[in-house]
Design a protein around this ligand. Structure first.
Ligand code: PBG
Length: 322
């Protein structure tokens, strides 16, 4: 009996590049931006070292920076100057994200502007929908508000609508409303598999969207469930989602892989605030090499099967590699 010694390819960087299975390019990255109404310039987000909230007057510069790095897309979150029970600033035609979208498009018309659609940043109670007297979220009362918000964002020039609220039936309701408003071509990126995760912690400071009472476990998924993610993905595709997202990313690489293997639409993964803060805290302590840790984290998300990576590291990665 003969056997052959297993041989792993070694050699130069060119050789390694030739056989590399996974690639990462700035064209696959989406950079999330927090825009605060009334803010002038930028304001650091303490829980996310290196990230800031931006005022409207800082957006043109931001767009120029992204353009020079080759990052094609942003995901917008708004911090309105006032909140109310239903979150009406979410669909105001002069709402903060609507104004931000116009400003960004003026600065760089080709920039892909993705709008996060949710009410939690706009409601006084911080939940993602309309509350019933008993404090639970009323799914069906929330749907028309999400639909109206989506149309208003499309009217403001947003290229992709990304509902993150997790109400049942929201993708269908938004699709019908967009079509009715003349936005048949505007795609929906649905936060399809969105887990009830501790890793959204820093985001709630960044976006000022923590629920005042209770939590989101009633409408986000249990981290213990992976099959259920497919059920959510299939439901969203059935309602007309064009791109599906898994969120968070690194603790859910198996879910990204599962979704990638079972659907043919583009898959996005959201490397969320807590994943960012965790890595950056270790970098600040000198415990991790920033460049290598970021590259490995983002490459792993691609290797798991994500076509699109939404990440606060987008600019750091592009600066280091392009
Ligand atoms: C909801 C929303 C959240 C995030 C994106 N959209 C917060 C939540 O679901 O509680 C979190 C993103 C992050 O942590 O970076 N509007």
């Amino acid at each position: 009996m003969s056997f052959q010694r297993h041989r792993r390819l070694r050699g130069t960087e060119a050789m390694r590049a030739l056989v590399r299975e996974t690639s990462l390019a700035p064209s696959q990255l989406v950079y999330p931006i927090f825009i605060e109404d009334g803010l002038s310039g930028t304001k650091a987000i303490d829980a996310m070292p290196g990230q800031s909230r931006l005022g409207l007057d800082a957006l043109a510069d931001e767009a120029r920076g992204l353009r020079s790095l080759g990052i094609p897309a942003v995901l917008l979150f708004g911090l309105p100057s006032s909140k109310d029970e239903t979150g009406s600033q979410a669909w105001a035609s002069d709402g903060i994200v609507q104004r931000a979208a116009r400003t960004l498009k003026d600065a760089w018309p080709e920039l892909l502007v993705i709008a996060d659609v949710c009410l939690c940043e706009y409601t006084s109670h911080g939940h993602c929908g309309v509350l019933r007297p008993d404090g639970s979220v009323d799914n069906d009362e929330t749907l028309p508000l999400l639909a109206e918000t989506s149309v208003s964002l499309a009217e403001a020039g947003c290229d992709i609508i990304a509902p993150s609220d997790m109400m049942d039936g929201r993708v269908g309701a938004i699709r019908v409303a967009l079509d009715g408003g003349g936005f048949e071509e505007t795609p929906i990126l649905s936060y399809a598999a969105k887990y009830a995760s501790a890793f959204y912690g820093p985001f709630r400071e960044a976006a000022d969207s923590a629920p005042q009472v209770g939590d989101r476990r009633g409408y986000q998924m249990d981290p213990a469930n992976a099959r259920m993610a497919m059920d959510e993905v299939m439901a969203d595709l059935g309602e007309g989602a064009d791109i599906v997202m898994v969120k968070p990313a690194l603790p859910y690489l198996d879910v990204i892989r599962r979704v990638r293997d079972q659907v043919d639409v583009p898959v996005a993964a959201y490397n969320v605030s807590g994943e960012y803060s965790m890595l950056m805290a270790a970098v600040q302590n000198g415990w991790l090499d920033e460049r290598r840790a970021i590259d490995e984290a983002l490459t792993s998300i691609r290797r798991a099967g994500a076509d699109i990576v939404i990440t606060y590291h987008a600019k750091q990665w592009a600066r280091a590699h392009c």
